[in-house]
Design a protein around this ligand. Structure first.
Ligand SMILES: [Zn+2]
Ligand SMILES: [Zn+2]
Length: 551
């Protein structure tokens, strides 16, 4: 029955890092896996976050069976507030992931309207029935606790989605990747494997989180001042490591940064963090206690401009500022694109007199994603009929595909695709078939998607050479110039030192518009003559906005 086809449609995260979102579709029933965000790239001035183009889902919103979330990282949950505003479907996640989602939805005022369910990966026989899909969850280690991979039984066969994973043998929370379940799935026969490619360039195995604990131990044993550790707000295991180290060296702990405060509170309530909230230091205590009794966990490991660490490093935080003698650990590696922000922050920390430990100097962070040997182990345990590398830029996907070939999967059964490309599978076949709308939806303040390529291009122009506004009043009957031109500039030249240039520019404009001609072309004439004059004088091309008033 060839009309019964399983369609797999990645709307993000394939061919790019971030904004992971996948749609599985069978007989017009949709199952959504994850809905993440991406941080803006350096050529997106003013943009807060980037989410997937979800038009494909919006057009089918009544047929969404469920939204399944694999773990609580922003690149998997950050788009949910935007999805849930338009799609009413039940959402399934593990306890901590659900907690992290709730914190986010509450911030957006969407928690009340959402239908959230908790799932547990501990019962290996449990199946979530979302006809025509049955979903099983298996634990995977990652840099946030309670991550799961998915085994989705479909009418054409079993689909396994690894989510983000590594095979940490000594994870901080003691919960291993579920090797037994993976072996069992391999035995049942995996039709399609979708597997994380993030670290496809990294040889060997990713070190255990425990390595970070050992580094913390060394740093804590030597520091005499306050210790401040910056990491991702969702990295609950890392926060636990900070708490443990603090405890071992007689320090009390404070949390700084709104998102981390919220997450820590939630994770402690759910029992994912071993700390009681009345042990936490107040801001006042962080400043007044003897420095060798204070440890602080905070946000800002990516140098995000409004984060706690960045403000602290510049002396602009309301409560805590860096003092000489403080030790700062930046416990993360920069996400590609954030290197400059991170380096600037580290420079400022040194400037403020802190000792700074960061990833180039010490093993203060390990990746949450498995290396090449882990990829091969996953492939060998599951032995899929078809393989699709996901979560990675294009080169990561290709490298992952080559590993699949190395372990014996036929090249024609491996699909290297990018977001928006559609895969179709039957019981004994699979192919790429077409393309759906995908892309970046830019979020700026309250606007979602209203900033597009035109606005971005203007922002680039503005940021390069500034802008010039020309205001001119003409007679509505004969086109005679009655007033002006008045020239206003921003970001182009310092006007007080450029009075001659501006006066001359005004003369050029007057000369250009004097000869009349159709009124409708006045704006163009002003633009052209002024652009030519200014380029000749300054070799700059500011944006020119003519404003012609007919009186
Ligand atoms: Zn992740
Ligand atoms: Zn991820």
């Amino acid at each position: 029955m060839s009309e019964h086809v399983l369609r797999i449609v990645p709307l993000g995260g394939v061919g790019q890092i971030g904004k992971n979102m996948m749609v599985l579709e069978y007989d017009e029933h949709l199952l959504i896996v994850d809905c993440g965000l991406m941080f803006p790239e350096s050529d997106m001035p003013g943009i807060d976050i980037v989410i997937p183009d979800m038009a494909y889902v919006y057009e089918r919103r009544d047929r969404v069976r469920a939204i399944i979330v694999t773990h609580g990282h922003e690149d998997h949950i950050g788009g949910l507030p935007y999805l849930l505003q338009k799609v009413e479907a039940p959402l399934y996640a593990t306890r901590l992931t659900r907690g992290l989602i709730e914190v986010k939805l509450r911030e957006h005022g969407l928690l009340k309207g959402a239908t959230l369910h908790t799932v547990s990966p501990d019962d290996r026989e449990a199946r979530l029935d979302l006809d025509p899909f049955q979903v099983e969850f298996f634990r995977v280690c990652h840099s946030v606790p309670d991550g799961v991979g998915l085994a989705i039984t479909t009418p054409v066969g079993l689909v396994v989605h690894t989510a983000d994973f590594k095979f940490d043998q000594t994870p901080v929370d003691g919960r291993l990747t579920d090797f037994a379940k993976l072996a069992q799935l391999g035995q049942r026969g995996v039709h399609v494997l979708l597997s994380d490619s993030t670290n496809a360039e990294t040889e060997g195995l990713t070190p255990s989180e425990r390595v970070v604990g050992e580094t913390f131990d060394r740093i804590f044993s030597r520091a005499t001042g306050r210790i401040i550790v910056a990491t991702f707000a969702s990295n609950i295991s890392r926060v636990q490591q900070v708490i443990d180290a603090a405890h071992n060296y007689g320090r009390r702990i404070g949390i700084v940064g709104r998102s981390m405060v919220n997450n820590v509170k939630m994770a402690a309530e759910l029992g994912y963090l071993d700390i009681s909230s009345d042990e936490l230091l107040t801001a006042q205590e962080m400043n007044s206690l003897p420095p060798d009794q204070v440890a602080i966990a905070c946000t800002g490991s990516q140098g995000e401009p409004t984060s706690a660490l960045v403000r602290m490093s510049m002396g602009e935080h309301r409560q805590i500022n860096i003092r000489p003698g403080d030790t700062v650990i930046v416990s993360a590696t920069p996400i590609p694109g954030n290197e400059e922000f991170v380096n600037r922050t580290i420079n400022n920390l040194f400037r403020a007199g802190a000792q700074v430990h960061y990833h180039e100097l010490a093993q203060v962070h390990v990746s949450g994603h498995g290396g090449r040997e882990e990829h091969k182990l996953m492939l060998n345990m599951l032995r899929p009929r078809f393989f699709v590398p996901i979560h990675g830029e294009y080169r990561h996907l290709v490298l992952h595909a080559r590993m699949a070939e190395e372990v014996g999967i036929a090249p024609q059964d491996i699909f290297v695709i990018e977001s928006g490309q559609v895969l179709e599978f039957g019981p004994d076949w699979g192919h790429i078939n077409g393309q759906v709308t995908e892309g970046h939806v830019l979020v700026d303040g309250l606007g979602v998607g209203d900033v597009g390529t035109v606005v971005l291009r203007d922002r680039h122009l503005l940021s390069r050479d500034g802008f010039v506004v020309v205001v001119l009043a003409v007679d509505a009957d004969d086109g005679q110039v009655l007033e002006g031109p008045h020239i206003i500039t921003r970001g182009f030249v310092y006007i007080r030192e450029s009075e001659d240039l501006i006066a001359e520019a005004a003369q050029h404009i007057l000369a250009a518009v004097q000869h009349g001609g159709p009124r409708s072309t006045l704006g163009e004439k002003i633009k052209d003559s002024l652009a030519e004059f200014l380029y000749g004088e300054t070799r700059r091309r500011p944006m020119i906005l003519p404003v012609v008033m007919e009186i």
